[in-house]
Design a protein around this ligand. Structure first.
Ligand code: NAP
Ligand code: F7E
Length: 335
């Protein structure tokens, strides 16, 4: 599939309906593409914004099986209404204040949306009454100061940011509702994943956009923080497949989703600049203390063998390939 198009690959009609929160975000839009290709009817929950931010789903405008519903994770009634209107078989709860750096500026707000927002979604499902399968977007940030390397589903958590702590609440309340009420709820513990639709504040997209700007002669440097941080980076369209897979088995189970490979921000700079044939990127990077965090997650690496064994998921797209796609996309967009 090319960026921004939805081709149908469903043989026969899948008449299922999904409600996706966070539909305007990176994952929400890739998941909508996947579900529409499978033949689902998709409802996406989006909050009101004073600024236009629908570019990730612009290509879905007018799609006969795609509808946007107004709602906010901080407003319980809007969630109950969204369930009533959509009548979903599956819910993917992807909405969150998802930027780790911002979570120190707005810790209470982050706790309300990213933590308590999950509780409100689960309560809306209970109120709704009908059987629904529920996916929660848990995060490798819950492992934070990794107590084991690599991390799997049994590794103890040690979050290092208000975001990580809020995600931990969402993770446990999802498990608790499964155990308390027998609901089909699962958490996918996803390690970092990126794409052409990534928000521009995250380090990968910040770098690929800067590379494109420098290539076009519109910038001469990018300001960054800790270049030694290491992440287990994958490609978002591969990771939304894992989300869907997790809601298909008879029994709910949580899974780690990761590549098992770890690279530093430095490595990412090397890969991105090499796409415009720049070997030495150091003249184009300035270190700015504003981008360091009060507590850093130095390294993250996941072990996804459970999901490979149970569901057959594997990360498909190689690192260099998706970095190339991101740089190419940004060069075209800026051009
Ligand atoms: P994203 O691009 O930031 O998308 C999050 C979406 O949530 C945005 O569209 C945002 O709406 C929406 N949202 C924020 N607050 C809301 C509220 N109060 N009510 C309703 N919607 C709200 O994030 P992403 O990268 O796609 O990630 C999807 C989910 O996976 C998030 O929960 C994230 O924390 C989690 N996660 C991401 C990664 C990763 O590497 N990408 C890894 C693990 C877990 P606006 O567009 O209006 O701001
Ligand atoms: O930072 C370092 C920064 O903001 C990655 C979210 O999707 O993945 C994401 O969270 C690393 C950090 O992502 C800059 O200090 C250096 O060590 O791209 P990021 P994140 O914090 O890993 C997890 C799994 C999620 O769940 C989150 O929702 O890069 N870094 N210099 C920088 N980071 C940023 N943003 N900007 C810099 O200038």
């Amino acid at each position: 599939m090319s960026h921004g198009t939805v081709e149908s690959d469903h043989a026969g009609e899948d008449t299922r309906t999904a409600l996706v929160t966070g539909i305007l975000g990176m994952d929400g839009s890739h998941l909508a593409d996947l579900l529409l290709r499978k033949g689902y009817t998709v409802y996406g929950l989006a909050r009101r914004s004073s600024r236009e931010s629908t570019s990730n789903i612009a290509h879905l405008e007018g799609h006969p099986r795609f509808t946007i519903l107004a709602g906010d994770l901080t407003d319980q009634n809007s969630l109950i209404r969204a369930l009533k209107v959509s009548g979903p078989d599956e819910i993917y709860n992807l909405a969150a204040q998802s930027f780790v750096g911002e979570s120190w500026n707005t810790p209470e707000y982050t706790g309300n949306v990213t933590g308590l927002g999950v509780l409100r979604m689960l309560e809306a499902v209970r109120e709704h009454g009908a059987p629904v399968r529920f996916y929660q977007a848990s995060s490798s940030e819950m492992f934070g100061k990794m107590v084991r390397n690599p991390c799997d589903e049994d590794t103890p958590f040690y979050p290092r940011s208000p975001y990580g702590v809020a995600k931990l609440y969402g993770h446990w309340i999802t498990k608790n509702y499964r155990e308390s009420y027998g609901m089909f709820t699962v958490s996918g513990i996803l390690f970092n994943h990126e794409s052409e639709r990534r928000g521009i504040e995250f380090v990968t997209r910040k770098i690929t956009r800067a590379v494109a700007m420098i290539h076009a002669g519109l910038a001469d440097h990018v300001a960054l923080g800790n270049l030694d941080a290491k992440r287990d980076w994958g490609y978002a369209p591969d990771y939304v497949e894992a989300m869907w897979m997790m809601l298909q088995p008879d029994e709910p189970r949580d899974y780690v989703v990761a590549t098992g490979e770890t690279r530093s921000v430095r490595d990412f700079l090397g890969a991105a600049f090499s796409m415009i044939d720049v070997e030495d990127w150091t003249p184009f990077v300035r270190i700015d203390p504003r981008f360091f965090r009060p507590a850093e997650v130095d390294v993250l690496r996941g072990d996804a063998s459970r999901i490979e064994r149970d569901l057959g998921w594997r990360p498909g797209t190689p690192f260099e390939e998706w970095v190339r796609r991101m740089v190419k996309h940004d060069i075209e967009e800026i051009g």
